[in-house]
Design a protein around this ligand. Structure first.
Ligand SMILES: Nc1ncnc2c1ncn2[C@@H]1O[C@H](COP(=O)(O)OP(=O)(O)O)[C@@H](O)[C@H]1O
Ligand SMILES: [Mg+2]
Length: 227
C-alpha cells in the first residue's frame, strides 16, 4: 500500500501542494494531471523522498518515506523515472540496464529484454543514437531493473509522436500486468493515460480539484473544465 496522507509542500514561502491525499493498494494505478506549475512533479518528489513535505506524510507499506533518503526509498521498492530521457548516451542498451540493476539483480536484464522486444533488438546499440521513444522505453527498462513495487513516471510521453505514446502506455500496462507493479503517472496527455490508470487526481495550484476513478473522468464530456 502506498499512502499519501494530507501532504502539503512548498519552496520557501511558495505553496506548491496543499493537503493532498491518496491511498493506493499494491499494484494500483494512479494518474496525476494538471497544468504546468500545478504541483505534479513536487508530489512525485515527495513520494520518492526528494522533497520534504511541510505537512503530512507519505507511507509505503505502513512505514514513512524519509525525506532526503532517495536511495533508501528506491531500495525499499519505489522507482522514479524523471522527465526527459535519463539514459547514459555513450553506453549500450544492455550496459544501461545492467548498471541500473547493479545494486539489485543484474541478471534481471533478461526479464526486462523479454518485456521490451524493442530494447532486445537494440541491446548493443549506443543509447544516445536511439530515438526519443526508444530512449524513453530504455529509461522505463532501467527503472524496472530495480524490480520496483511502485513506478513513478514524470510525463513519460512528452515529446513523443502519438503512435509512440501508445507504445509507451502499452508498455506501462504490460509492466503492471506482468510484474504487478503499481504505477503513478504524471501526464499532460490525459486521454492516453486514462487508458492505463484506474484512479486520478487533477491538481490545480497545488490543490486536488478531482479525486476519483478514471472511468468516471473519461466519461465526462466536460473533462477540460477541470483544468
Ligand atoms: N526548485 C524549485 N524552487 C522554487 N520553486 C519551485 C521549484 N520547483 C517547482 N517550483 C514551483 O512550485 C510550483 C509547482 O511546481 P511543479 O511541482 O514543478 O509543477 P508541475 O510539475 O505540475 O509543472 C510551481 O509554482 C513552480 O514554479
Ligand atoms: Mg512537472
Amino acid at each position: 500500500m502506498l499512502e499519501i496522507d494530507s501532504v502539503s509542500a512548498g519552496y520557501g514561502s511558495l505553496t506548491a501542494l496543499e493537503n493532498i491525499s491518496a491511498r493506493l493498494p499494491d499494484g494500483g494505478r494512479l494518474g496525476i494531471f494538471g497544468h504546468n506549475g500545478a504541483g505534479k512533479t513536487t508530489l512525485l518528489r515527495c513520494i520518492i523522498g526528494a522533497h520534504a513535505p511541510s505537512a503530512g506524510t507519505v507511507r509505503f507499506n505502513g512505514e514513512p518515506v524519509i525525506p532526503g533518503q532517495v536511495p533508501a526509498t528506491v531500495r525499499r521498492g519505489i522507482a522514479f523515472v524523471p522527465q526527459g530521457h535519463n539514459v547514459f548516451p555513450n553506453l549500450s542498451v544492455e550496459e544501461n540496464l545492467t548498471i541500473s540493476g547493479l545494486l539489485f539483480d543484474p541478471s534481471f536484464v533478461k526479464e526486462v529484454l523479454r518485456l521490451f522486444p524493442v530494447l532486445d533488438e537494440r541491446r548493443s546499440q549506443r543509447a544516445g543514437s536511439m530515438s526519443g521513444g526508444e530512449q524513453q522505453m530504455l529509461a522505463l527498462g532501467m527503472a524496472m531493473m530495480t524490480q520496483p513495487k511502485w513506478l513513478l513516471l514524470d510525463e513519460p510521453s512528452t515529446g513523443l509522436a502519438p503512435v509512440i505514446v501508445r507504445n509507451v502506455m502499452g508498455q506501462l500496462t504490460a509492466v503492471s500486468k506482468t510484474f504487478g507493479t503499481g504505477l503513478v503517472i504524471v501526464e499532460q496527455n490525459v486521454p492516453a493515460t486514462l487508458k492505463v490508470v484506474e484512479h486520478c487526481l487533477i491538481l490545480k495550484s497545488g490543490r486536488a480539484v478531482y479525486d476519483g476513478d478514471a472511468a468516471t473522468l473519461a466519461a465526462k464530456p466536460d473533462l477540460w473544465e477541470w483544468f
